[in-house]
Design a binder for this molecule. Structure first.
Ligand SMILES: [Zn+2]
Length: 83
């Protein structure tokens, strides 16, 4: 009788840490790796500090957790170029 929470403890695959190229914030992106590579798709996620948009290949919508705040000393938002 040994119950292990397999579903909960599979951290690692698809998860990585990133430093925002705009504001210097450090955050962790919790994506998943699809078993079928064809089901993997590009998801967009935002830097939690400035809102700069990034993309990741993942099997499901990634979760983003802020690890360290921005280091550029500003509090503006990243300006998305719309057109
Ligand atoms: Zn940022």
């Amino acid at each position: 009788m040994n119950h292990t929470a397999e579903n909960e403890t599979r951290a690692g695959l698809g998860t990585f840490e990133k430093t925002c190229g705009y504001c210097g914030a450090r955050f962790r992106v919790l994506g998943t790796v699809a078993k079928d590579p064809l089901r993997s798709q590009a998801y967009e996620y935002d830097c939690p500090a400035c809102g700069k948009r990034y993309e990741v290949q993942s099997g499901a919508e990634p979760e983003v957790r802020l690890l360290r705040g921005r280091t550029d000393g500003k509090d503006d938002q990243y300006q998305e170029t719309m057109f």
